[in-house]
Design a protein around this ligand. Sequence first.
Ligand code: CP3
Length: 334
Amino acid sequence: MDSLNKVIINKDKNVKPIWLMRQAGRYLPEFREIRSKNQNFIELCLNTKLVPEITLQPLKRFDFDAAIIFSDILMIPYGLNQRVEFKKNYGPILGEFNYFESSNIEKELFKKKLKPVYDSMSSLSNQLKGKKKSLIGFVGAPWTLLVYMLNRKSPKKTSIENFLLDKSKIDNLLELIIEYIKIHIEEQVKSGATIIQIFDSWAGLVKDKDVEKYIYEPTKKVVQFTQGLKIPAICFPREIKDYPKYVKTVSPDVISIDYNVNIRKIAEEVEIPIQGGLDPKILLSNSETLIKETKEILNVFKNKPYIFNLGHGVLPETEPKMVDKLVKVVRDNQ
Ligand code: CP3
């Protein structure tokens, strides 16, 4: 059994596996080299030769316990025929979402458009056979995808209310998104993903009164679907206020925490395996600080099932040698 599943299924407290969100990415020179020759990000995510290579780049350098497929949460809007582009130093830009066109898209057409993702997953699954590494597939949570599809770019804290006005439109769109998230999960699992992570990067934008409707309910459907495939679901509801309530209501297999969470408090309040929490900025500091912060986290979660990770993705300015140090500290202190 791979070590993430030891923690998730066996609730093993003696092993502290490690992987990092955005472990394949711009902080690695070998990624930047490929990226500079492949300007179109969506096309890169559909490249069945380069996706497995990029996914495995961090595992060649560091002793990580999991590979996460190099892809993006915005592959779902792309599959639904919404235009998706990535502008340098700006982030994603999406085209107008056409509900009528997207709701009439054939499911087979969606799967066909995203088939290269599933082919890359199969290739990774074959390459990792016998290696005791987890292979993580992922999706955006319904709310976060809704935000991107309607806001058409990364949101600012203030810009959310506008598109929440037309409630009827939103209800239908949420259902549509959930349907396609399920398809995307199922296809990734069929191709060899052993764990699914659900990224709700903008969960923190939802007001308390709307959390049930936009976060708990839709995410729970996705989690239950994943668990129905006999695959664990890790949820990352970034900047949500009440993690214990989220865990109780949504029932994921693992809760991934952001870097604002009080780790001592959550270690007491939450029974299920916990993942993450280290501020990615710590990797920009020095070895001394890194060792201190890492040991503190390991100490807090000493008697809990815990998967080491950051509280958000690796920052592009990170020096690879700091990641190497982090992995070694985690290995040496368990
Ligand atoms: O973790 C991994 O190594 C797997 C790869 C991965 C990417 N995106 C590759 C990527 C994963 C898991 C994602 C998820 C994702 N994508 C999220 C959720 C996690 C989070 O960061 O909150 C979100 C919100 C997106 C949407 C997205 N994709 C944004 C906002 C951006 C631009 C900002 C940025 O960080 O560059 C992307 C582009 C993107 N996705 C890059 C990578 C490596 C950078 C592309 C580049 O080289 O310019």
